[in-house]
Write a new protein. Structure first.
Length: 303
């Protein structure tokens, strides 16, 4: 099961009723954060989730509304006596940007490991996730992320018995381990059926629509996508500043055949966003507005 929380939905500046951009997920005892706008740690506290369990932070890009909450979060994590390494993933320049911000958080009791993205598409396996990073179209280097949790096939007791595999090896094989048993090499495919459907969440902000986004969001259980503007007279502004409208995000969701779309990263000027959803749903009926603190539990299915 994967817990997903949209901590903040605002773009550019925080508002009394809308925190800045951040997403948090929980899986198998590990927390992952995408972006860390101003007020992110307050949003985490309001949700009742843990700072201490954050193992990975991914950054889409380094505009202030996506990273300005990091120094305070690092200090809080340090004060919680964390010692385990913290992994950070982001576009080229990550170490330089973070170390510059750390001028006000120089003493931390844990190391930071940087993984800088340079290719148009990169996949990183970590903490049970397959993190697929893909470059999008903003006015600075920017990436979207798909979080995939893969699921092995069902354990086949009959196949294990027919192959003469001792029962003590069943559990490690089911977990994907390869085992040497005398002169035999036992592999998971000897006892597992075909892979089952896993869980996929795609997160994308600060970009113009692009086919790459639809390709990486294909079939996602949840697609969280920027909808900076909803007003029809803001289409030129969206193109100028390389952002998206509600309707462009809905078209991407339809093209990617996702299960659900949450809109996020709203312009400070956007009010009464719900008034625009009727037209959005004509494009993609399973679209809805993201809200600060909106949470969902995504579970495995046997489809």
């Amino acid at each position: 099961m994967l817990d997903v929380c949209l901590l903040g939905t605002g773009g550019m500046m925080p508002l009394p009723y809308r925190k800045l951009t951040a997403l948090m997920t929980r899986f198998n005892g590990s927390n992952l954060l995408i972006d860390c706008g101003e007020g992110t740690q307050l949003a985490i506290r309001e949700q009742g989730w843990s700072f201490h369990s954050i193992d990975v932070i991914c950054f889409t890009h380094y505009h202030a509304d996506h990273i300005s909450g990091l120094p305070g979060l690092l200090l809080t994590m340090g004060n919680a006596e964390r010692t385990e390494p913290l992994i950070m993933i982001g576009p080229k320049g990550l170490a330089r940007v973070v170390n510059s911000l750390r001028v006000i958080a120089p003493e931390l009791p844990f190391p930071i490991e940087f993984q800088e993205l340079t290719d148009p598409e990169e996949t990183i396996a970590i903490k049970g996730y397959q993190i697929q990073a893909f470059r999008v179209c903003h006015n600075v280097p920017c990436y979207g992320y798909s979080l995939l949790i893969e699921r092995n096939g069902k354990f086949d007791v009959d196949r294990a018995k027919e192959a003469g595999i001792p029962q003590r090896f069943w559990n490690p094989l089911q977990k994907g381990e390869i085992i040497s048993d005398g002169d035999r090499v036992l592999t998971p495919d000897m006892v597992l059926g075909p892979p089952r459907r896993g869980i996929k969440v795609t997160y994308c902000t600060d970009t113009r629509p692009h086919k790459t986004i639809a390709e990486h969001a294909q079939g996602a259980d949840l697609f969280i996508c920027e909808g900076m503007y909803a007003e029809k007279d803001k289409e030129d502004k969206a193109r100028q500043y390389k952002h998206m409208t509600f309707y462009e995000a809905a078209k991407l969701a339809a093209r990617a055949n996702v299960s659900e779309l949450w809109l996020t990263h709203f312009s400070p000027s956007l009010v009464y966003a719900e008034n625009y959803m009727k037209d959005v749903k004509k494009i993609f009926p399973r679209a809805s507005l993201g809200q600060d603190g909106r949470t969902v539990e995504l579970d495995f299915t046997d489809e």
